[in-house]
Ligand binder design. Structure first.
Ligand code: NDP
Length: 314
């Protein structure tokens, strides 16, 4: 291992140790804005990081709705948490299926009236390690970007109005950094437009991912200046990150008492099915920043990108 890599490994390990210590410090009564009546929805929560986010939120005393695209797998996963004494409900939800989203919304509205936290965790990636197949580009963009976006749009009317604000957390990835050193969009003009909050719009993000998919279809994507590593997944997470910024701007216009805070984070490289268990950290560590963002007592944080509880650049 080179000196630089070793140093960055040491830094990461030190930060993970700090975070494990932070996790042992209980929230004080005045920080705990939530209760058992606080409802958190987690997508793709039947396994991996989503399951851990659900478990940790439930351990903090919230009611968690564990959602899974496969009903029976979701019920089994929820049972593990219910048997541990947690308040966990379960419902089918496929974020690619508009009927499934709409059934879920109707059910949640009928049963709970509204929700307080939405964690968009469900995603797919078809590349392991350094592979860079774009065979499943459309499914990756549809699930990770459009699925997340559709969930946000569908759940917004259900998000409760309160003085502490509702929260949306998008589980994203550093691979989707706009200004990453290696894995970024090479077209400087496009990058500038996407970087600038005045020119960044939902339409521009949609057009950017459409251009990518079009180039995949006509076989020209390799010269299109797209991120070099896990290209389709990186483009999908870039879109999630940028959409987080667009939504934060839009939601910040809501009046006091109706605020919704939205942030995204990178969980690191995690030992889960998605990476073929090749990551360097556990789902428990990876869930931490998502849980921390969901429960932040400081309400003013919105439209930011985090890793290991620290803000990073988009
Ligand atoms: P897993 O593959 O273990 O879990 C992904 C979850 O998403 C599964 O529950 C899966 O359901 C679900 N899912 C996929 N498609 C859909 C869909 N259409 N509708 C509903 N649920 C769906 O991955 P991880 O736990 O590792 O990943 C969780 C999040 O973390 C993702 O957003 C991922 O991009 C992100 N991330 C992960 C990293 C890592 O190193 N693992 C690194 C950076 C980001 P099913 O079981 O039915 O397939």
């Amino acid at each position: 291992m080179t000196g630089k890599k070793e140093k960055s490994k040491e830094r990461r390990e030190k930060r993970l140790q700090e975070i494990s210590l932070l996790r042992t410090i209980p929230y004080s009564d005045h920080q705990r804005w939530w209760s058992q009546e606080t409802i958190a929805v987690v997508t793709g929560a039947n396994r991996g990081i989503g399951f851990e986010i659900a478990r940790q939120l439930a351990a903090h005393g919230l009611t968690v709705i564990l959602t899974s695209r496969d009903t029976s797998v979701g019920i089994e996963a929820a049972k593990v948490l219910q048997e541990g004494g947690f308040n966990v409900d379960v419902h089918q939800l496929d974020i690619l299926d508009s009927e499934s989203i709409s059934n879920f919304v109707d059910w949640a509205k009928e049963k709970y009236g509204g929700i307080d936290i939405l964690v968009n965790n469900a995603a797919v990636n078809f590349n392991i390690g350094t592979e860079n197949s774009i065979e499943f580009a459309k499914q990756t963009i549809d699930t990770n970007y459009y699925g997340t976006k559709n969930m946000i749009k569908a759940m917004l009317p259900l998000m409760r109005c309160s003085s502490h604000g509702s929260r949306i957390v998008n589980v994203s990835s550093r691979l989707g950094k706009l200004n990453g050193r290696k894995n970024r969009i090479e077209d400087e003009e496009l990058r500038d437009k996407l970087s600038n909050l005045d020119t960044l719009t939902e339409e521009l993000i949609d057009n950017t991912v459409s251009t990518f998919l079009q180039q995949v279809d006509d076989g020209t994507w390799e010269s299109g200046g797209w991120p070099k590593s896990c290209t389709d997944y990186s483009v999908s997470k870039l879109a999630v990150n940028l959409y987080t910024r667009v939504m934060a701007k839009e939601l910040s216009e809501r009046p006091e008492g109706e605020k919704i805070y939205i942030n995204c984070y990178c969980p690191g490289s995690v030992k889960t099915v998605m990476t073929g268990w090749t990551g360097n950290t556990t789902a428990e560590n990876a869930a931490d920043t998502g849980v921390w963002l969901s429960l932040l007592p400081d309400q003013a944080i919105t439209g930011k990108f985090f890793a290991e509880r620290r803000e990073i650049n988009f």
